[in-house]
Design a protein around this ligand. Sequence first.
Ligand code: FEO
Length: 176
Amino acid sequence: MLHKKMTQALNEQINKEMYSAYLYMSMSNYSALIGLKGFSNWFMVQYHEEMFHAMKLYGYVQQQGEDVELKTIKAPPSAFKSPMDMFTQTLAHEQYITKSINELMELAIGKKDHATQIFLEWYVTEQVEEEENDNDIIAQLKLIGDSPQALLMLDRELGGRTATVPLDFSNGVAEE
Ligand code: FEO
């Protein structure tokens, strides 16, 4: 059983993670459109990561015997100025998600909800990794500057990213 406010906040987080998936799906599409198939792959893997984040919350709310409330997912931007623009927006979005996870944790602490605190610890750690990945790629893009050859080399590298999260939720949400 969860406090009503906790259930509401977790349901809002499901929506934020679904929007994240939608945002990265849009970036994947845009990358493909401008010929960067490796970037497109990287963002599609990120889409799967975000779906897993959403589904993990979905499973937890259900496990606690509460009702999952699926809200409208707003449309993401459909065009971007450059790879740097996409990753700058990605980092800003992840910083917003980190803030949101921290607020959830503060709510759980305030409600003395130990189970939710333990559950949220996974997200706290995950956000550090997410921001680190984005910072690393932004640093590489800065080094690349205006060099198309270097950009294509990074594109090849990002094309090698594979999903490490479960992609099939038909039997519930397995742990990563
Ligand atoms: Fe689900 Fe990228 O944070």
